[in-house]
Design a protein around this ligand. Sequence first.
Ligand code: NOJ
Length: 471
Amino acid sequence: MAKWYESAVFYELYTRMFRDANGDGFGDFDGVYEKLDYLKNLGVDAIWFPPFYASPLRDGGYDIANYRLVDPRYGTMEDVERVFARAHALGMHVMIDLVINHTSDKHVWFDASRRSKDGPYGDYYVWADDDKGYAGTRVIFGATEPSNWTYDPVRGQYYWHRFYKEQPDLNFDNPKVQQEVFDIADFWVAKGVDGFRLDAIPFLFEREGTNNESLPETHAFLAKLRSHLDETYGGEVCLLAEACVPADENLRYFGTEAAPECNLCFNFPLMTDLFRAPKTKDAAEIRQTCRRLFSDLPAGAAWSNFFRNHDFLTLELLPELKVRQMLEWYAPPQGMLNGGIARRLGPVLDYEEKVIRALTALLVSLPGAPCWYYGDEILMGDDPSLPDRDSVRLPVPWDEVERAEADPNSFLNWLKKLLRIRRTTPPLLEGDFRVVEGEPPSVFAFRRSLPNGQSVKFSIDFATMEYSWEA
Ligand code: NOJ
């Protein structure tokens, strides 16, 4: 029996910008509540909420000051639980972010850690007497952070951080930190969540002489977390990995049959291929990626295929030449920051609906759980003049949504129809995957078949952006 998440349509809902019910300029859970029927009608099966916990918002909430408190700007815990319960009543699942690589520097653990080396929180973070350790580790937020080490005058030592300096990394070598993670997960499952997006998951452990990404210790911890959840909740709680790493490394985040890790992984390798193919008019890259990614997954494992999210359209996985091409095709005049393009789906593809529709049809016909970014269903705009990633985090213009709903030819209504086709075509949900060989170079075709013989062939021609399904 397939698990609920394996082919679910996910919707990333950025609460702050989604719907502001009380008019204070800050989206909130009451606003989400008002729009749950809208999401259900769209064809959403699961909502993913990025962090809404107490936070100074240095990094859009990915700097958590308290894992168990709802930031009052979004509402109360009761408001959140009301949304979860109503989503469930409508048959939708709910995922939240588990941001465990780091906390905010305003978390009480960090305060205690910097104040007392020998106290109970002394080794909750990664401290050192100098900033020489782990040389050779890339600095992810290089546009603002000169180093992964920052000196803390209170403790008189340096602390390690893979992101902003206001986000000190937790020390996963400390078993108490690992236990905290289990406890936080249990806390939120009790509130009604069905799964967790694991933020920045390759970076949990540090070891001298490595690049400090995807270390064996990190995989061992993920297997422990998965077995904790599987044993406690009978395999119904889903872990979704955010690991922007090359295909072979990414596949390892599913773990093995004996030691499973994540149920879903965001499909970063496919994402850039999707944007490249309409420009190169060549299906070779995508064919190769899909052949590699969609065969031999462990039971219950699936990819979460996506175009965009609340971050930059990342170019991290591409070699230099392809980065240059992507910038030429897609970067706004402001260029890019921290290795990515701050554009949304509609504007980045010049609102060319023929291209967008064909790519979307492909996205939802591939095996796995597609993840849709809020607002892209109306091809909403962005604003690359805004700092950092604010460009792709604008408020939903609900009047535009209403207009799109009333227009039978809108992208929104087309998308609804597409998701309905998918929902009612079993091979597109559970069929296996086989590339159809012998097509012209610009054509990517694959067949999805069920054991009962039912099957569908999907093909897309990147030279013309024509696509079709046939039996
Ligand atoms: C990935 C999140 O998607 C991003 O928004 C955040 O800045 C980093 N992880 C750090 O938490």
